[in-house]
Design a protein around this ligand. Structure first.
Ligand code: ADP
Ligand code: MG
Length: 240
């Protein structure tokens, strides 16, 4: 589903991704971890063409990102993204946040879009909040709506960049629960998170990055019980 080959990216002179190679199969759940500044967000943003890169290749289900013929709207429809900050449209109700993009981007009828919006709000436990505006919701509720909105685009892949980092602690679990359910239902997912207990439960594979490099790409159990690199071991000791 996702094939990243020898990806290299600079911000000016500074190399932030160095020769990164990563494959994610359909239905696989991959968690990306590593110290702050190691390039996790940059890698995720490259997958969604939110950041350009200088070398290497990214292929998302046959769409080659460096190919000028690849349509960015089509790519972004197929690659859902949830950020740390809640990115709902503040001037729209929860329902409209889910309906309007379906009508504009997928060209769904209003009835079709409404039906889907109801289903998705139910799925993320937000059924009774459709009439509210984002500012009337807690952070955890906003993030669950943001996940529902991303799913409304019928993506093939979901990318998460620290979706619970900005939440009050009591709201983290409700968002992780929605993500875990999505993983169980077979969504292809790549998540940056420091919630390693959660990662251990849902991830098929763990990727550890440091200083722009993919240092480890291991099955989850192996990563937690016997990380291959000293750097990953140090990281795990600090965080757990
Ligand atoms: P992480 O998500 O792992 O914390 P990032 O991908 O955000 O790391 O950042 C990787 C490196 O790129 C860091 O050194 C960061 O300072 C740098 N960086 C990130 N965004 C920019 C930017 N827009 N311009 C210049 N440097 C950036
Ligand atoms: Mg980051």
């Amino acid at each position: 589903m996702i094939a990243i080959k020898n990806l290299t990216k600079y911000y000016g002179e500074l190399p932030v991704l160095k020769n990164c190679t990563l494959d994610i199969q359909k239905g696989e759940v991959v968690v990306l971890c590593g110290p702050s500044g190691s390039g996790k967000s940059t890698l995720i943003k490259c997958m969604n063409a939110l950041e350009p890169f200088q070398k290497g290749e990214i292929n998302i289900d046959g769409m080659v990102l460096s190919d000028k013929k690849t349509s960015l709207p089509a790519l972004r429809q197929q690659v859902g993204m949830v950020f740390q900050s809640f990115e709902l449209f503040p001037h729209m109700t929860v329902m409209d946040n889910l309906i309007v993009p379906q009508m504009r981007i997928l060209k769904h009828s209003r009835e079709q879009a409404q039906k889907k919006a109801h289903e998705l709000l139910e799925r993320v436990g937000m059924k009774s909040h459709g009439h509210k505006y984002p500012a009337q919701l807690s952070g955890g509720q906003q993030q669950r709506v943001a996940i529902a909105r991303a799913l409304a685009m019928e993506p093939k892949v979901m990318l998460f960049d620290e979706p619970t980092s900005a939440l009050d602690p009591e709201m983290v679990a409700e968002v992780l629960a929605v993500m875990a359910e999505l993983a169980e239902q077979g969504m292809t997912m790549c998540c940056v998170t420091h919630e390693l207990g959660f990662a251990r439960k849902i991830a098929d594979r763990m990727i550890f990055m440091d200083a722009g490099e993919i240092i480890e790409d291991s099955p989850t159990d192996a990563f937690f019980t016997a990380p291959a690199s000293g750097r990953a071991r140090d990281f795990l000791e600090q965080i757990i």
